[in-house]
Design a protein around this ligand. Structure first.
Ligand code: SAM
Length: 274
C-alpha cells in the first residue's frame, strides 16, 4: 500500500509519462537519474530512451518490486537511498562516467520538493535538464516572472541557476491514490552563467529573502527591518533611490537585475561599516 508520509502517489497515465520523458531529450548516449521511482512506471520509459538509468528509492519495501519490474536490465541500476543524504557527486562518478549528459527526471515526493531542487542546483551537479512533476502551485512559483503574486524568492533562486519552463499541467485524477492538489511538470535547464552578475551569491539571496519577508510591506520597510540603519552609515531610502528603486514599491515588482544592483550596493555599504 502507498505510504502517505513518503509522498507516494503513483502515476498511471501513459500520455503524461511520455511527455515527461520527451521533455528530457534523452538518447542512448545520455543518462537519467530518477528520484523516487516508486513501482517503476516512469523508470521503464527512461530505460527505453536512456543509455544509463539510476533509480534512487527511499522505501525499502519497493526495492524487490523495482528489481522485478525494471531492475533486470543491464543499463538500469535500482538503488536504495535518500536523495537528500546520498553523495550525489560520488553517485555520478560511479554510474554516469561514460555518458555525454545526465538529466534528473522524476515525479517528486511533494513534501520535499524545494529541498531536493535546491540541493540539485546548489551542488552544481553536471545536469543537462531537471524534468520534474511537482505541485502546480510550486511550479507556478518556480516559473513566475516579476509582477504577480507567485513571484518570490523561490522564483529568483531557481531562475538564477536555470531557465524554467512549464511543460504540462496535470490533473489529480491521473494518480493512485489521488492527491488533493493538481500537479505540473516543469523543465529546468542550467544556465551557463547567471543572468545577473553579483559579487556574492549568498548576499544576493539574503537580500531577496529580506525583501520578501512581509509581502504586503514596501521594499523600504522590509529592508530597513533586515538591515538596521542604526550605525548611521546609510539611509535605506537613499540606498534604494541610488539603485533606481522607488522605496514605496513591493518586492514582487523588482526584477532580478534590480535585486542584484541592490545587493551589490548593500555589500559595498556593509564593507564600509566593518
Ligand atoms: N515515480 C513514481 C511514479 O511516478 O509513479 C513514484 C512517485 S511518488 C510521487 C514519490 C516517490 O519518491 C515514492 O516512491 C517515495 O517512496 C519516494 N521518496 C520519498 N522520499 C524520498 C527520498 N528522500 N529519496 C528518494 N526517494 C524518496
Amino acid at each position: 500500500s502507498a505510504k502517505k508520509s513518503l509522498g507516494q502517489n503513483f502515476l498511471t497515465d501513459g500520455n503524461i509519462l511520455r511527455r515527461i520523458v520527451d521533455a528530457a531529450q534523452l538518447n542512448k548516449s545520455k543518462g537519467a537519474l530518477e528520484i523516487g521511482p516508486g513501482i517503476g512506471a516512469l523508470t521503464q520509459y527512461l530505460a527505453d530512451e536512456a543509455g544509463t538509468v539510476v533509480a534512487l528509492e527511499i522505501d525499502q519495501r519497493l526495492l524487490p518490486v523495482l528489481d522485478e519490474t525494471v531492475g533486470q536490465q543491464d543499463h538500469v541500476k535500482v538503488m536504495h537511498g535518500d536523495v537528500l543524504k546520498e553523495d550525489l557527486h560520488a553517485l555520478f562518478a560511479e554510474h554516469f562516467h561514460n555518458v555525454e549528459a545526465v538529466s534528473v527526471v522524476a515525479n517528486l515526493p511533494y513534501y520535499i520538493t524545494t529541498p531536493i531542487v535546491m540541493r540539485l542546483l546548489e551542488e552544481e551537479l553536471p545536469l543537462e535538464h531537471i524534468v520534474i512533476m511537482i505541485q502546480r502551485e510550486v511550479a507556478d512559483r518556480m516559473t513566475a516572472s516579476p509582477g504577480g503574486k507567485e513571484y518570490g524568492s523561490l522564483s529568483i533562486a531557481v531562475q538564477y541557476y536555470c531557465e524554467a519552463e512549464l511543460v504540462a499541467v496535470v490533473p489529480r485524477t491521473v494518480f493512485v491514490p489521488q492527491p488533493n492538489i493538481d500537479s505540473a511538470v516543469i523543465r529546468l535547464t542550467r544556465r551557463s552563467r547567471p543572468p545577473v552578475e553579483v559579487a556574492d551569491a549568498q548576499r544576493f539571496f539574503a537580500t531577496v529573502r529580506a525583501a520578501f519577508t512581509q509581502r504586503r510591506k514596501t521594499i523600504y520597510n522590509n529592508l530597513r527591518a533586515a538591515f538596521p540603519e542604526a550605525a548611521g552609515v546609510h539611509d535605506m531610502r537613499e540606498v534604494l533611490l541610488s539603485c533606481g528603486i522607488e522605496p514605496s514599491r513591493r518586492a514582487e515588482t523588482l526584477s532580478m537585475e534590480e535585486f542584484a544592483r541592490l545587493s551589490e550596493r548593500l555589500g559595498v555599504l556593509s564593507g564600509k561599516q566593518e
